[in-house]
Design a protein around this ligand. Structure first.
Ligand SMILES: Nc1nc2c(ncn2[C@@H]2O[C@H](COP(=O)(O)OP(=O)(O)OP(=O)(O)O)[C@@H](O)[C@H]2O)c(=O)[nH]1
Ligand SMILES: [Mg+2]
Length: 184
């Protein structure tokens, strides 16, 4: 059965664990601990290990969803998982200072996955009137991946329907790339 490995990256509080919970068909495996960094994100818990969920997109298409803890993106276990991953979701919250800088940082950390497979960016906590934020994020993504456009979605990580739209567009992008790849 064909399967995809998708990584969810982004800073603390962006909504990675929430997004995986919204998408997963199975009970999510999550290693949450008490958040001692209230300045980083004002919430009760933070992910210290990984999040893991699964979703079936069709009778024989399984997607494995892995959340990368915001602070440990350079750990060796993520280098290993990065080799298997074909897709990357970078999440960032619009309420964070300089979301475009955070996108640059987290996309750079997983650029090999984005280049080999596909990537989408999800911006959470978007309020009306944040007029040029989308453009700034598009530019930040272009600086890391200049060879093709990176889609940017405004979404609520708690909303399964919106998360599904993002995931389906990522998987479609990956499959197009595979279908059109030059045989080696
Ligand atoms: N109002 C609002 N809340 C959101 C939105 N997206 C996510 N959230 C909330 O924002 C918080 C995000 O927290 P997590 O999902 O724990 O974030 P995380 O990226 O896993 O963070 P770490 O594990 O600490 O790196 C949760 O309380 C969500 O319910 C959104 O678009 N609007
Ligand atoms: Mg988390």
């Amino acid at each position: 059965m064909p399967e995809h490995v998708i990584l969810f990256a982004g800073p603390m509080g962006a909504g990675k664990s929430t997004a995986i919970r919204a998408l997963s068909d199975i009970e999510v495996i999550s290693t949450e601990a008490t958040n001692t960094d209230r300045a980083g994100a004002d919430k009760d818990t933070t992910t210290v290990g990984l999040d893991y969920g699964e979703i079936d997109l069709g009778p024989d298409e399984k997607v494995r969803l892995y959340g990368v803890p915001g602070q440990s993106r350079f750990d060796f276990m993520w280098s290993i998982l990065q080799e298997r991953a074909m897709g990357l979701v970078v999440l960032v919250s619009a309420t964070m200072p300089e979301p475009e800088r955070l996108v640059h940082e987290h996309l750079s950390a997983f650029a090999p996955v984005a280049r080999r497979g596909g990537v989408v960016i999800g911006v959470t906590h978007v309020e009306p009137g944040m007029t040029d934020l989308g453009d700034r994020i598009v530019q930040a993504a272009h600086a890391v991946i200049p060879e093709r456009p990176t889609p940017v979605f405004a979404l609520d990580a708690r909303d399964p329907q919106q998360m599904r739209t993002l995931l389906l567009s990522l998987v479609a992008d990956i499959e197009t790339r595979i279908a059109m790849a030059v045989p080696s």
